[in-house]
Write a protein of this length. Structure first.
Length: 469
């Protein structure tokens, strides 16, 4: 007769005892280590570099923005070379020692980051300082720098017009609206205070902030060996990061702050996580979808819910930064920060990309504001379901749910940008590569229950019982 047994172990940072005949359950880090030993990770990275080369080549040939075409021409060679070198590295993988493997992957990733992200950005910054802004900077940089200049001059950036400056050659909507939150003005202050020059370009400030915050997040997270490197590639070196650093870079900075807040949340530091997320939230609206999931999933060192502490930290950052500008001119603030990005202002936004939401808005014989409201309701209902019915309990769950909500919002937005896909891609990659359980399946040292089932004969069951199990 066959008996089915059930044994439960309360463990803290331990694997279940290995008993002969029981199925082995490897931790994610161990499975990844096994893959690494066979060179699977570097082959995967070769595929990522190859995909980057394809995106860069397509941008060089067909992108409607001249700066992005230039980025594609510069970045294609680093991506292609990275793919070839990664494949060569995979062929010699077994003959290399572990430290040499890691070092080779790191050198290759840094070289691709420098060639595909930092070099194009530096060249565009230099060309702008030498030849002028035409073709060497995107409108968001001019808006940010102009907003900072208006603020330094004592004017409300949301009520100011930039038509008399470089933005005068752009459509009226771009020259008359600031679709960002006040924290964005910080990155335009160097140019507003020190004047024009290559070192006061807002893109340099965005790049420095993105690199510093992203690498600090990886250092604190201490992901399994090799996974952090792949995460860095997705966030910074691949077109999901590199392409946008050349033209502006604000989205990469916001994403880096969100990832940093998730690492702090994983470390059970709800106050610090709230402050980091609050910094992202006062820069751009794209950070806000993470906030409710962060509050719901927050835990303190003892594993107790810490929603109040996280919410208080968010408020300490957001309220004093945003409220003064809202009170200064409520009409202008709502017009620029809410209506214009949604495509509901009097003048259209250049950020609109073809999407299911925009196609629906154009096809239905009803006012666009009604369609936008209905689609927004769908996104909010999905977010509410993921927040309150399928509630996250840790940083990984918060990141994955935010990625899903952002992906749905991008698809249904009546005035969205496909460039915003860097947020769900980065968040999902971070969740799977960085926010992984530590060995033993525990994130913060709290006991975890393991349940194992096995089949045995009557004699085997008696032997197990006699052993104290």
């Amino acid at each position: 007769m066959v008996y089915v047994g059930r044994v439960t172990y309360g463990l803290a940072r331990q694997r279940p005892a290995e008993i002969e005949g029981w199925p082995e359950r490897r931790a994610p880090a161990e499975r990844y280590a096994a893959l690494m030993g066979k060179g699977g990770a570097v082959r995967w990275e070769a595929g990522l570099y190859l995909a980057g080369a394809a995106v860069a080549g397509a941008a060089a040939l067909s992108d409607r923005i001249p700066l992005q075409r230039e980025w594609g021409r510069i970045a294609f060679a680093p991506y292609a070379a990275g793919a070839v070198l990664a494949l060569l590295l995979s062929l010699t993988w077994r003959r290399l020692r572990a430290p040499h493997r890691t070092r080779a992957r790191l050198v290759l990733a840094v070289a691709v980051l420098a060639g595909a992200a930092l070099l194009p950005m530096a060249l565009e910054v230099w060309w702008r300082a030498r030849d002028g802004f035409q073709g060497h900077v995107q409108s968001e940089v001019l808006v940010i720098e102009g907003s900072a200049q208006a603020l330094v001059s004592g004017l409300d950036p949301y009520a100011a017009s930039f038509a008399s400056g470089p933005l005068g050659t752009w459509p009226a909507g771009t020259a008359g609206h600031v679709p960002y939150l006040p924290g964005m003005f910080l990155f335009g202050l160097p140019r507003a205070l020190a004047g024009p020059g290559p070192f006061t370009d807002a893109r340099l400030a965005f790049a420095l902030a993105s690199l510093a915050v992203a690498f600090a997040a990886l250092w604190l997270a201490k992901p399994p060996p090799g996974r952090g490197l792949t995460a860095m590639l997705v966030v910074l070196a691949l077109p999901t990061g590199a392409r946008y650093m050349a033209g502006g870079g604000d989205d990469v900075t916001v994403l880096s702050l969100l990832l940093f807040s998730l690492v702090l949340m994983r470390r059970r530091e709800p106050g610090a996580a709230g402050i980091a997320a609050g910094l992202a939230a006062v820069i751009k609206q794209t950070a806000w979808p993470l906030l409710p999931f962060l509050v719901i999933a927050a835990r303190d060192r003892a594993g107790r819910p810490a929603a109040r502490k996280t919410l208080a930290a968010l408020s300490v950052v957001i309220v004093p930064v945003v409220l003064p500008f809202l009170v200064w001119n409520p009409t202008a603030f709502v017009e620029d920060v809410i209506l214009f990005p949604l495509g509901l202002a009097r003048q259209p936004t250049l950020a609109a990309s073809p999407s299911p939401g925009s196609l629906v808005a154009e096809a239905l014989p009803v006012p666009k504001v009604v369609v936008a409201g209905a689609l927004l309701l769908i996104v909010l209902l999905a977010a509410a379901y993921l927040a309150f019915v399928r509630s996250p309990t840790d940083a990984r769950g918060a990141a994955e749910r935010t990625a899903l909500v952002l992906l749905l919002a991008i698809l249904l937005a009546t005035a969205g940008r496909f460039g915003y896909l860097l947020y769900p891609i980065g968040l999902f990659a971070w969740a799977r590569l960085v926010l992984v359980p530590e060995p033993g399946g525990s994130i913060s040292g709290t006991p975890q229950t393991w349940t194992l089932r096995w089949s045995a004969s009557r004699e085997g069951a008696r032997a197990a019982k006699g052993s104290g199990l």
